[in-house]
Write a protein that binds this ligand. Sequence first.
Ligand code: PLP
Length: 357
Amino acid sequence: MKKHNFSAGPSILPQFTIDETAKAVKDFAGTGLSVMEVSHRGKEFVAVMDEAVAMFKEILSIPEGYSVIFLGGGASLQFCMVPFNLMNRKSAYLNTGEWASKALKEAKFFGEAVEVASSKDKNFSYIPKQYEIPEDADYFHITTNNTIFGTEIKYDMDVKIPLVADMSSDIFSRPVDISKYALIYGGAQKNLAPAGVTFVIIKNDILGKVERKIPTMLNYQTHIDKESMFNTPPVLPVFAALQTLKWLKSCGGVVEMQKRNQAKAALLYNAIDTNPLFRSTIPDPADRSLMNICFVMEEKYAALEGEFSTFAKEHGMVGIAGHRSVGGFRASCYNAMPIESVQALVDCMNKFAELKA
Ligand SMILES: *Cc1c(COP(=O)(O)O)cnc(C)c1O
């Protein structure tokens, strides 16, 4: 039976990425060796790294004056690298979920990290709108897509201080005006590559302004200067990321991705809103994530949750269990997810409703 992979992360990748990576695991660029066993400083891999950076810049239309680097450590290491490199005494955070809370916690090790607003009062089911950003903070940190709770900031904010964004789970899902950001980071395992590589897009002139000494490995400048080759980069995930970027470009880039993602999300949210058994956990449609679509059983059908899980699994649905802090279901519809799979989930929900409602 066909599997429909709605996992939140690591998650679905384009078949192209999987096929090309599989080939290179056996024979990389005609070397007769696996991409896993060649030097990261050999000309074949250096070419992969260079092309990955170039395609990153091209697809996202990254302006002059920005660097793209690939690191290890996951998005979680960025929670501390960001304040380490950018925060003198004060920073500001918008708390929209578990990842945002974790980022804020790390910033507190470095000084005064202000929580400008939080949606914790309603289990992170909305994006706070009214708040003030202290102008004396060194940066304002947001999490554009809340992978766990299913809310998303789908536009580029105008703020007076440098804007930093965790885009782990919605990078490449829409066009982004990079010039509005000082720094964007993310783990690759949601929309780009297998786990193991983290991307960081940095406006070069925001660095070098903190008073503290920064350990070499945690200093962004090290990795910019060494073009992500200060130490051994995650070779295989970088190779796979490049394949995803090639696939993305051949599909029509981020404009096309946005169209597809909007169509998939509209299909699923509409099914949730009209199906008597289910409801969305995010009341305001403007705040609903296009990437991670969360829903629960209506109160009166709550007892059917386990049964629907089994039913969905029998119909090939994979990874739709909600995060433990939300419960219910979460269908992650990243770039590589075809609309046919979303339709299969919708059909499955409707079929279940016919049996039960
Ligand atoms: C998954 C995720 C993280 C954590 O990423 P790691 O690479 O596992 O550290 C951070 N932020 C967001 C928004 C995520 O979705």
